[in-house]
Design a protein around this ligand. Sequence first.
Ligand code: ATP
Length: 234
Amino acid sequence: MLKVRDLVVNYGAIQAVKGVSFDVQQGEIVTLIGANGAGKSTLLHTISGLMRPVSGSIHYLDQPIQKTAAPKIVRAGISQVPEGRHIFPGLSVQENLQMGAFLRQDRGQLAQTYQQVYDYFPILKKRRHQDAATLSGGEQQMLAMGRALMAQPKLMLLDEPSMGLAPIFINEIFEIIKAINQAGTTVLLIEQNANQALKIADRGYVLASGQVKLSGRGSELLANSEVQKAYLGG
Ligand code: ATP
């Protein structure tokens, strides 16, 4: 579904992504793990069209998208849940969700999608008329995921969904990612919480200093002694 080849992405003179290749097959959960600054967020921003690569290619459903504008990428079925949620304060929960449907052409189907989102996240339904800024961190993460789902993505890009959350919310968020995937959405998940991410992932890639250092099935990487030492505190 997604094929990234030899991708190089710079910030001015700083090379953040140094020739990365990886694949995501339809139906999978794939995780990119790695320390702070490994290049994970930069990769996601490049896939979603917010940054341009210097070289390399990104194919989505067999079409090259490395030069495609971000709104067109959303319309083609890729939605990003950004690091730090970036919800819209001053708008209600429901209005925030509505923003996620901004590019939808089938507006007649929206009620059904709201219902799907509220089924995943009943707390959002309860708080739908509340200012989104009044939500807790975990609830804001749910809202950011719900907003991405409003676009009915085929591929969902999640940037550090567990960051800064209480353990109880972390477990819930990972359970919901699994459920969203089982309902048919392919997931590319970036995480510093390698343990949780590898547990739910079909496959994973370990990034360090802008390069892929290791890859394998989630369970293989969990059991890998190098991964355990570097990322799992083992
Ligand atoms: P994090 O978990 O901190 O987001 P990451 O793995 O997502 O880490 P990136 O944010 O992609 O890493 O950063 C990769 C490299 O690019 C790092 O060396 C970082 O310092 C650099 N970088 C990131 N954003 C910028 C920027 N706006 N300007 C210059 N350099 C940047």
